[in-house]
Structure formats: C-alpha cells, structure tokens
Design a protein around this ligand. Sequence first.
Ligand code: NAD
Length: 232
Amino acid sequence: MTTALVTGAAGALGRAIVRRLAADGHQVAALDLDASALEGALNLKVDLRDADAIEAAFAETAARLGPVGILVNNAAIYPARPFLEVPLAEYEDVHAVNQRAYWLMAQHAARQMTSGGAIVNVASITMHGGWSDLAAYVATKGAATSLTRALARELGPGEIRVNCVSPGAFPTAAEEIHEDPEAYNRFVLERQALQRRGTPEELAAVVSFLTGPDASFVTGQTIEVNGGWVMA
Ligand code: NAD
C-alpha cells in the first residue's frame, strides 16, 4: 500500500482523484483549504501559499501514513480579470498556489521517495491556445508541463516518474466564471471530437494510470484528457 498525497482535494477533479487512488488501494492524504472531510482519506487543512504549512503537512502525512510514494499536484486558482487590471498581489497568489506549491510539494515528496515514486502535475488546455482574462493562470499551467519535464529528467535516476495531465473543459465549478453556461457548453462541444462533456472520473482514471504499475516506463509526458479538443 502506497501513501498518496493529493492537493486541491476538495475540488471537483480533486475529489474524483482522491476516490480513485483510494479505490486503487492507496492510503490518501487529502490537502485543501476547504477542510470538509473526504471519506476514507486523511484530511489536512493546508494553505498552499504557506511553505511552512506544506512542510508540516508532509511531516504529518509521513507520521500517520508513512512516506509519500505518490503526489498529485492538482490545486489551482483561476481569478478572471483583464491582464492590465491584475494587481500584483493577485498574480502572486496564482503563482503561489499553481506553481510555487507544485515545486515545493514535489521537493518534499521526492525527499520521501527514497525507493521511487510517481508525481503527477495537473496543467490545463488553456496553456496551448491562451485564454483571455486568465493570463497568470495560463502561464502557471505552461510552467507545470516544463517543470514536469525538468523533474522527470532530474529525478529519473531515483526511479521517480514525473508526468502531467492536461484537462480540457470539465463541467465543474470552474465554469461559473463564464457568463452564459449554455453558450460555453456549445463552444466546448464545437471544439471536441467527442460530443459530450468529460467526467471527473475520466480524468482520475488517467491519474490512476500514470501513478500505477502500467505506466512504469512513462515519464516526462503530458497527457491531454480533453475529448479530442482541437485548437484552431
Ligand atoms: P476547483 O476550483 O474545483 O478545485 C480547486 C481546489 O483547490 C479547491 O478545493 C480549493 O479549495 C483548492 N485550493 C485553492 N487555493 C488553495 C490554497 N491556497 N491552498 C489549498 N487549497 C487550495 O478546481 P477543479 O476544476 O477541480 O480543477 C482541478 C485542477 O484541474 C486545477 O489544477 C485546474 O487548473 C485543472 N483544470 C481544470 C479544468 C476543469 O475543467 N475543471 C480544466 C483545465 C484544468
């Protein structure tokens, strides 16, 4: 049984990832600002902007469940605002949660993965085509894939595999930023090959593959989970 740590665990996709990794037989530590309990997981209330809190979460997870063998960096924030109006503090928050925390979490995890392990970073389809009013978010998602490749190379000799999943547009709370949900739904389906919306479980299944034994020779990759979204 492996100890798995998932961030953003109370979100729509995070919950599905926690459930799937638990079903795969792992002991799961679920990190989020939102302390609402996820059944079957060790729930830890952590603000990922706080480096000390991240370190404490790793210490507590190791003490209660054993050293981490799987890390899923999934938490993100996505405040929508025109680029020229983004205050520095908001940019710094986005960077802290979506990028600096991915870095710190991977560092702590890799130190505990003395006999190998698997790290999965969560990116976003927006990193390919850009997205108005989300520049800071989009930049961090591009960084997640570069960080994935850099860490895959550096941690490979220790049998630590580092991969990335890049979700398309899943129908979750994140969509509340769109003014007209029906128009957004049409927009998504026009771009996907598959003419239905994906489910969080379909994203979690790819995380399960990347963290499991069937992906034992897969590292440094970004897998697009987006129903065949085609960017013009
Ligand atoms: P969500 O907003 O539902 O969940 C994000 C979670 O992160 C929330 O539970 C929130 O409390 C937590 N969080 C935010 N700030 C935090 C902090 N400072 N400390 C600790 N936790 C914090 O988002 P989601 O839709 O489940 O997305 C999960 C991941 O998938 C994100 O990385 C997102 O960028 C990516 N993604 C999602 C979609 C989608 O369609 N939902 C599309 C592309 C990429």
